[in-house]
Design a protein around this ligand. Structure first.
Ligand SMILES: Nc1ncnc2c1ncn2[C@@H]1O[C@H](COP(=O)(O)OP(=O)(O)OP(=O)(O)O)[C@@H](O)[C@H]1O
Ligand SMILES: [Mg+2]
Length: 488
């Protein structure tokens, strides 16, 4: 066995020299790297760099007094900018710094985020991190474009969205896929819909193609089309269906007053929801059964009559006082169909409603229906509603039932809307894949009283329904002649 003896050779000077050289090279590399970073940031933020350079130059060239004067002048300019044009200031400095920082943070944490959430499959003992292709930072959302690892699906990512949201400490993360092999993660960093949106004063000159009823996720006004459309509003009890319908009605109120729109309202809950606004309505029913059936018969008759008259003349209806847009509001669809104990009435209601839904759009008859329970039998007519709005729902499976196949996978997370956000939901339009997140105006009882007082139909003072005895009488549907409807 060979014996090892302690080395007695003196330390090699060449080793020390090479260590020094390596140290110097490393230091030079760091200096160069930081110079590039600082220069790059200086170029990116001239509004910060320029005052700093000005101050340094004044100090060196003219002494410390000049330096301080330059610094104070720069500060005054920036402060004036901050207070006179806050939005451009925010966009130019804090928002850009934040965007840079968040982009850097996402890229730096990406590997551990994937590994901790089980999104980095392991091959031969080595984790494969999905490639982060792009990071876009917006004021309210961060959007990450991710390349899937072979074997991963959109569902794998959708399932982890809740965990990702908790990890990032944000209110929601959604995963969607527009291109095979890629997933877009939308991280909601700020919720513009977190606080109730007060009802604005309804504007005259109502555009039936774009009635404002709230706000969208990106801060725009949420508008819905009423002409040529039917709207379905699905949501659990207390989800805010009433606020969506009321936002529409108050938006339409000026057109109701001028006679361009007529409202036929079915409020099967005994008139509790709409009974205070009958002065805006042309027809009002607060019982199920014969009254409701009669109103729907009249609607079907109107549709047939208009279709006969328009045939060969007009391809689309334009609302006039002679031929107004008729908007039929049904507060709880299930009360007329699934929950109706009179099966004969339920069957006739379904037939009449199907007719109005399938043929009414072209002739100026629209239906707005609210539904608490989007079960199959309630929403057998779902496909006939081109605009569908899903508010808070109790189960994930209800989302596709209410909004259509694939709506939840496309990002309509109605089952994840907290109780604390009534009026928040997702709207989906037939023909568009992407749901938009929205919140309806918060319409209070005082708002309703103000709108009713301001836009009552002239000369048509209507009796209040007898809401003390729900379901007993007080319907005008059985006697259409009580409220003359010119032009029908
Ligand atoms: N858009 C909104 N913004 C703020 N608060 C709202 C909004 N919509 C509803 N709310 C609040 O939530 C409560 C319940 O709303 P709403 O009556 O509209 O629910 P709903 O879905 O119609 O319930 P139900 O099925 O019982 O009729 C309201 O009393 C109101 O205080
Ligand atoms: Mg309601």
């Amino acid at each position: 066995m060979a014996r090892t003896t302690p080395s007695t050779t003196p330390p090699d000077n060449t080793d020390t020299a090479s260590d020094v050289l390596t140290g110097l090279a490393l230091a030079a590399w760091h200096v160069l790297r930081w110079s590039v970073i600082v220069t790059w940031w200086a170029v990116l933020f001239p509004m910060v760099t320029f005052p700093a350079v000005l101050t340094a130059w004044a100090w060196i060239a003219y002494g410390w007094q000049a330096g301080i004067a330059a610094a104070l002048l720069s500060l005054a300019v920036l402060t004036t900018w901050r207070f006179t044009h806050p939005s451009s200031f925010r966009a130019a400095i804090p928002a850009r710094i934040r965007a840079r920082f968040r982009r850097y943070q996402h890229r730096r944490q990406w590997a551990s985020v994937c590994a901790l959430n089980g999104l980095a499959p392991v091959l031969d003992g080595v984790p494969i991190i999905p490639r982060l292709r792009k990071v876009r930072i917006h004021p309210d959302t961060d959007v990450l474009l991710v390349e899937l690892v072979v074997g991963q699906t959109l569902t794998d990512w959708s399932r982890r969205c809740d965990a990702l949201a908790h990890g990032w400490r944000v209110s929601a993360v959604t995963a969607t896929s527009a291109t095979p092999g890629q997933v877009t993660l939308t991280i909601r960093t700020r919720d513009r819909l977190a606080t109730p949106i007060p009802l604005p004063t309804p504007k005259a000159g109502v555009d039936l193609d774009a009635v404002p009823i709230g706000r969208t996720d990106d801060g725009d006004t949420w508008r819905v089309r009423i002409a040529g459309r039917h709207l379905l509003v699905a949501g659990a009890t207390g989800a805010g269906k009433g606020s969506v319908v009321w936002s529409i009605l108050t938006g339409l109120a000026p057109a109701v007053q001028t006679g361009l729109v007529r409202l036929w309202v079915i409020d099967p809950k005994g008139g509790m929801e709409f009974g205070s606004a009958t002065a805006l309505f042309d027809r009002f029913v607060h019982t199920t059964g014969p009254d409701t059936v009669q109103l729907l018969r009249d609607a079907a008759e109107l549709v047939r009559d208009r279709a006969d008259r328009y045939r060969g003349h007009a391809r689309a209806h334009t609302a006039t006082t002679a031929e107004p847009q008729v908007v039929i509001v049904i507060d709880e669809l299930a009360s007329l169909t699934a929950y109706e104990t009179d099966r004969k009435a339920a069957t006739e209601t379904t037939q009449l409603l199907s007719l109005v839904l399938s043929q009414g759009r072209a002739v100026g008859v629209s239906v707005i229906a609210a539904a608490q329970d989007p079960s199959k039998e309630v929403l057998s007519m779902r496909q006939l509603f081109p605009t569908r709005i899903g508010l808070r729902l109790t189960e994930a499976t209800q989302v596709d039932m209410a909004l259509g196949q694939g709506a939840r996978a496309a990002g309509a997370l109605c089952d994840q809307i907290p109780d604390a956000l009534p009026g928040v939901g997702y709207q989906i339009e037939d023909g568009t894949a992407q749901p938009i997140r929205v919140r309806a105006f918060h319409v209070t009882d005082t708002d309703i009283d103000t709108v009713v007082a301001g836009y009552t139909i002239p000369g048509a003072a209507r009796p209040q329904p007898d809401t003390d005895q729900p379901g007993t009488s007080a319907s005008d549907a059985g006697d259409p002649s009580a409220y003359p409807t010119p032009g029908f």
